[in-house]
Write a protein that binds this ligand. Structure first.
Ligand code: ATP
Ligand code: MG
Length: 138
């Protein structure tokens, strides 16, 4: 059993797709261990995406993540990290397979791709601890 961090990004929140996305997660047999809605501040967004600091898309990514609230979720399942990345689809919604979350809830631009998912066990541990205290996830 494994855990991963999911974020429903601002564009999906603004378009009233929180419920649809959570329904898809539960239908795909992820257990929702914890969730909260947060309006990120600059420091929180930059810290979360620290590995991308200095890249050409960084400022646009941060502006986007600050543009409206996000919903963060801790998902649990067998091989949750890869299982969730599969239903999420490719980073750029233009390349995402039919029926994936990014194909259905992302815009046709890589910055506005609707959802985030941890990419490794190390990222998942860091990202879960970034948003949730121990007593919220244990
Ligand atoms: P994946 O791990 O599937 O690539 P990710 O969300 O982890 O998805 P990252 O490469 O970590 O993707 O990039 C973080 C976020 O930055 C992306 O989800 C996307 O919103 C944005 N992003 C990534 N690459 C670009 C790019 N070339 N131009 C604009 N925005 C980008
Ligand atoms: Mg990544």
């Amino acid at each position: 059993i494994e855990r991963t961090l999911s974020i429903i990004k601002p564009n999906a929140v603004v378009k009233h797709n929180i419920g649809a996305i959570i329904q898809r997660l539960e239908a795909a047999n992820f257990k929702i261990v914890a969730t909260k809605m947060i309006k990120l501040n600059q420091e929180q967004a930059e810290g979360f995406y620290a590995e991308h600091k200095g890249k050409p898309f960084f400022d646009a990514l941060i502006d986007f993540m600050l543009s409206a609230p996000v919903v963060v979720l801790v998902l649990e399942s067998e091989s949750a990290i890869t299982a969730y990345r599969e239903i999420m689809g490719a980073t750029n919604p233009v390349d995402a397979a039919r029926g994936t979350l990014r194909a259905d809830y992302g815009e046709a631009h890589v910055t506005f791709n609707g959802v985030h998912g941890s990419d490794s066990p190390e990222s998942a541990a860091r990202e879960i601890a970034y948003f949730f205290s121990d007593n919220e996830v244990n």
